[in-house]
Write a protein that binds this ligand. Sequence first.
Ligand SMILES: Nc1ncnc2c1ncn2[C@@H]1O[C@H](COP(=O)(O)O)[C@@H](OP(=O)(O)O)[C@H]1O
Ligand SMILES: [Mg+2]
Length: 355
Amino acid sequence: MSQPYVTEEQAAMTAVRRASQLASSVFNKLVKAETLTKDDKSPVTIADFAAQAVISTILHNAFPTDLIVGEEDASELRSPNNAEEREMRERIISLANEALTSELMLGDNPTWGIGPGTAKSDSEILDAIDRGNYQGGSQGRMWTIDPIDGTKGFLRGDQYAVCVSLIVDAQVHVGVLGCPNLQKNPEHPEEGNGCMFVAIRGQGTRQMTLSGSNPTFVKIPPTNSPESLFLLESVDPSHSSHSFNSTVSNLLKITQPSVRMDSQAKYGSLARSGGIYMRMPTGAGYKEKIWDHAPGSIIIEEAGGVVSDSRGEPLNFGLGRTLGDNFGVIACGKDTHSGVLTAVQQALQEEKSKA
Ligand SMILES: Nc1ncnc2c1ncn2[C@@H]1O[C@H](COP(=O)(O)O)[C@@H](OP(=O)(O)O)[C@H]1O
Ligand SMILES: [Mg+2]
């Protein structure tokens, strides 16, 4: 019998690959003026909408009864107010169709609505984006889509990630991260950028090129000495408290500077090169979204790591579109987790006693 979730993994890889190619090609021709402002004030690009349309179309064709929790919704696109918005909508639809209709590659299945001659109508593309409106929950099968995670990094030409996961009964079973700007091999930068991290529960984490070649299993390297430790954190201090992280870093006697990186590329980088990813709330009451952590968490766990909140509890992907009350996220190797947790809890106590 074949291993479970292999077809799901393949559909997710196909979706992430096509969406990553779309994102890179939009970046190369990027006209920043086309960026809209979302309710939560984070920038949304044409690539974001088009990539969600591509991923959602493929997943829906592959698994028609599965539900989808996607970051974007198409309401802004359905009733364009002016010529500029109409043009943007046309660009999104044509970009999505370009990505869906490109030649089939190894692993692509034509029944997933892809390949030459499969162009979708405008309403099919908008419906595909809106199919990501599921509210989430603790039962059944649901996919998460973050079409472009780290939108700010994307716009800067830095790190971003195309992120898909499959959650079954609140447990992540498949995770795929496409990282077009992440070095294929940090030891050999001359090999260039563009990699994909893929994990199925119980079957390990693999890294490969975006086209799926050179798959290799990755494991979080053991921490040989405190000097080798370093923190991974968001570039944007409004997403995660840099000052809290530096308190923890001092408690752990970390001497190396923190590595700041946008998006779930942090999880991919940790899975192969180590580090401690800390994401502590800034006090603004923000609730973390499941699509920002579900794919990354399985990539870490299957690479031999642990992902928890600051109480040491696993992240709960069954509460809806968010992770609920924000107790932060800690991801690292098994050998460092308990020490990091103790330091985080001590730093929280210190903060409390100062308040
Ligand atoms: N106040 C906040 N606290 C924590 N995360 C936030 C936030 N505001 C937005 N985010 C999330 O942080 C993600 C980026 O994470 P990072 O800082 O690690 O790059 C954003 O994803 P998008 O870029 O997909 O919107 C967004 O979902
Ligand atoms: Mg995101």
